[in-house]
Design a protein around this ligand. Structure first.
Ligand SMILES: [Zn+2]
Length: 254
């Protein structure tokens, strides 16, 4: 490239920054890794709410770089909390521990693609109610980043065109959706959409019962309250007897 072309390229890039003042373009090596990823998501006009998966915008090696970036920001939070991170042996590595925990464990479902799930054709034409659960739910609320611990049940009414997936895969898919900052109502809707797409059943029911630690640890400090949500689709919506059968079989009182 001739020097004159290079400077023209630079000017163009700068005018891009000026016209889109929300973010630095993704190819700017000066930009933080999060702002480069954010710029890609925005230019694809995708949503990046707390419970959205953004894995398709993250390139190899960038997750590790994000851990470094969050570590330094988290260290700033600890410093603003007036915690002596230099002398206090307990909190010296807390910033990195929290960054790793967020990105590679508890919020991992935002940053990695869906787990591989093999779908089998419904060769036996199964068309009886099938229930999977309880599946352990571990999540955190988007409002306070406090844990949400609970249980999830899935009811499926397959038809001859449905796909069947291995039992353990339901738990893997649930873990992928739940390991993001979540809102219980939205979490079960995301779970239902995913299962409708993968299994294509006649009917689908998803019930989640959970403890929200932002109600125990802070706020009203209520220890007994649980939140129960359900999503019913297809035959579960139309058929009250099927819905009753599902709800009596999962027997939430346990
Ligand atoms: Zn909360």
């Amino acid at each position: 490239m001739k020097p004159s072309e290079m400077s023209a390229g630079l000017i163009n890039r700068r005018s891009e920054i000026m016209s889109d003042n929300s973010d630095t373009p993704e190819d700017n090596p000066e930009a933080s890794i999060s702002s480069r990823i954010r710029a890609r998501v925005k230019s694809a006009r995708q949503r990046f709410h707390a419970n959205d998966n953004i894995s398709e915008f993250i390139e190899p090696g960038e997750l590790e770089a994000l851990v470094d970036e969050v570590t330094s920001k988290m260290k700033g939070v600890l410093e603003s909390l007036v915690i002596d991170v230099d002398s206090d042996h307990n909190t010296q590595d807390t910033a990195r521990r929290v960054a790793k925990m967020y990105l590679t464990e508890v919020f991992r479902g935002r940053y990695v693609p869906a787990p591989p799930v093999t779908e089998f054709p419904n060769a036996e034409y199964l068309n009886e109610l099938m229930i999977v659960g309880p599946i352990k739910v571990r999540s955190a609320c988007s409002h306070h980043f406090c844990p949400i611990m609970g249980r999830l049940w899935i009811g499926l009414m397959p038809n001859e065109h449905s796909n069947l997936i291995g039992l353990s895969k339901y738990a893997r898919l649930a873990e992928w959706v739940m390991s993001r900052p979540q809102i219980q109502e939205e979490a079960i809707t995301q779970m239902s959409d995913l299962l409708m797409k993968k299994v294509a059943p006649d009917g689908l029911a998803v019930v989640m019962e959970a403890d929200h630690f932002c109600m125990h640890w802070r706020g009203v400090k209520d220890t007994g309250a649980k939140m129960i949500n359900s999503v019913m689709r297809g035959s579960f919506l139309k058929d009250a007897a099927l819905r009753r059968e599902f709800l009596s079989l999962i027997n939430l009182k346990d």
